[in-house]
Design a protein around this ligand. Structure first.
Ligand SMILES: [Zn+2]
Length: 215
């Protein structure tokens, strides 16, 4: 009898032990980052989440102001250049006068090299290129009918002109993946402006947070 009681007690201890480890693992597990072509979105919730080499830079400040704690600080001059999409869901929490912001559909900086050079000419070194999730420039071709109808209704364009214009612009603006595009665009700009430090990021419209794009 005593042996059976001992066996039962041992079994219960093992079961509770395993369950305890499972519960602890579940409680401490971080959500898995989204992957896109070998790229991941790095979560920034605390200062420690910011890579050490960026912590005391304007990029670190941007991540802190937007993701960690909003600042009422007022800057004398711009420290950071930001390129992002025109999307109305992107609402960056920036202190006064902290950054120049260039907004273009898809955070696509082609043909915006002059405003970038202008910002950099003031002595700014850091450039945050911020793409975002659910960007309208992804799968643009599939929106042809809605946009062409909008041109006809709101701009009073003839059907032929509307279709021709939209088809021409698809080639210039359509992107297939926000994360990959933002990363590639950052690499393109880094070649054009080798003295600048260009950091690609994603603004998740689902939680309004900034994520660093990392490999
Ligand atoms: Zn967009």
């Amino acid at each position: 009898m005593k042996t059976r009681q001992f066996q039962l007690l041992t079994s219960l201890l093992i079961i509770f032990g395993i369950t305890g480890v499972y519960v602890m693992k579940t409680l401490t597990a971080k959500p898995l980052p989204k992957r896109s072509g070998g790229l991941i979105l790095h979560v920034v919730n605390t200062r420690e989440d910011i890579p050490t080499q960026l912590q005391d830079t304007p990029i670190g400040k941007l991540l802190t102001f937007h993701n960690i704690s909003k600042s009422e600080e007022k800057f004398d001059k711009a420290e950071l250049l930001i390129g992002t999409c025109m999307d109305n869901r992107i609402s960056l929490q920036l202190p006064e006068r902290f950054a120049y912001v260039i907004r273009r559909a898809g955070a696509n900086m082609r043909d915006s090299e002059f405003p970038i050079s202008y910002g950099l000419s003031t002595g700014i070194t850091y450039f945050a290129l911020i793409g975002h999730t659910d960007c309208g420039m992804v799968g643009l071709a599939s929106q042809e009918s809605a946009v062409v109808q909008g041109y006809a209704k709101h701009l009073q364009w003839e059907q032929e002109k509307a279709v021709h214009y939209f088809k021409k612009k698809i080639l210039r603006y359509e992107i297939t993946d926000e994360i990959k595009f933002t990363n590639t665009e950052a690499q393109r700009l880094a070649k054009l402006f080798p003295t600048a430090i260009i950091v690609p990021m994603i603004y998740k419209v689902e939680d309004n947070k900034l994520y660093l794009i990392q490999r």
